[in-house]
Design a protein around this ligand. Sequence first.
Ligand SMILES: Nc1ncnc2c1ncn2[C@@H]1O[C@H](COP(=O)(O)OP(=O)(O)OP(=O)(O)O)[C@@H](O)[C@H]1O
Ligand SMILES: [Mg+2]
Length: 346
Amino acid sequence: MKIDETDIKNRSIEELTADYPFITSYFSDNNLDIEDKNHLSLEDKNHLSLEDYFRTFDEEELEDNAIDVELHYRQIAEFVNQMNAFLGQGEDKVKSVTILPGTDKSGTPENFEKMEIKQGEIICIVGPTGSGKSRLLGDIEWVAQEDTPTKRTVLINNDVPDRKWRFSTSDKLVAQISQNMNFVMDLSVFEFVELHAESRMIKNREVVIKRIIEEGNALAGEKFSPDTPITSLSGGQSRALMIADTAILSKSPIILIDEIENAGIDRKQALELLLSEDKVVLMATHDPILALMGDKRIVIKNGGIHKIIETTEKEREILSTLEEMDRKVLAYRTALRAGEVITEIN
Ligand SMILES: Nc1ncnc2c1ncn2[C@@H]1O[C@H](COP(=O)(O)OP(=O)(O)OP(=O)(O)O)[C@@H](O)[C@H]1O
Ligand SMILES: [Mg+2]
């Protein structure tokens, strides 16, 4: 995906530097001190666009420093496109993920031709405990080529995926929020997120790390601090942190979520944070509300894909009623968590 001058002009500096970490070298080479926050007097500095930044210069300053704003937009766009081509990024968009049938637990072939999931779609995976939901997510993560217990095949953009996607850790195809998360490393929350930020070449690290910890805390119940050791986070807190980390740091085009409901976190908020238009999202769930939030759902039975159902209009209506009920239940949850005694139902 090539970017043009308008993108450069309108997107926030925060976003641009997160997406194209190398862009900061353009700024420094051209004596544009975007980190100089004192120069800027606007409220929310992190969300400033490049256009806003250039607006902080007056005519005289622009002339004295020979700053040609339009030329900068053009040059930056060109620089980003060249760097992306050079780094082999940007072009490899995942437009679709295709699942070809394998066999269920009894070895019976799955009864569907193929399932193509397009960019921007949310697919839920439902089915009884032990039926094979996590297995299906595993097949996609591994980009199965008939080499998993299900013998399924997974195609990316209708093709057998590039080896680099299957085995590279930096260019990760898939971001996964798994069912069981056990940290063994002796790191603080800050150090843990920092490690991720570093490995993803994020330049404005401090800002991004701070945001991840804040968003994580917004999802969790009891707050944790940047210097809390990750090993002492609760199950719910660590999932909240992982969700925020994935949502904000991950560039992976495919997001796999294995049950966010049991973490005791605000699942709707978590989902909103994770969803983004240019991703393929698959989520295994036992939760009827999450199940109906998807565009389609895959029903798993005895290890096989049993049905693929498109969420109907009627179901969407029912979803709003369920959400209303859920808000009530959550209010009781909050009350009980806070040590209240419930005396009536409303
Ligand atoms: N098609 C298959 N062929 C062989 N084994 C399978 C198949 N599908 C699933 N399994 C195996 O069945 C077991 C249970 O599957 P899995 O963990 O995916 O269940 P689940 O639906 O995620 O359950 P839960 O709701 O408890 O999370 C796993 O060991 C998995 O590898
Ligand atoms: Mg599972």
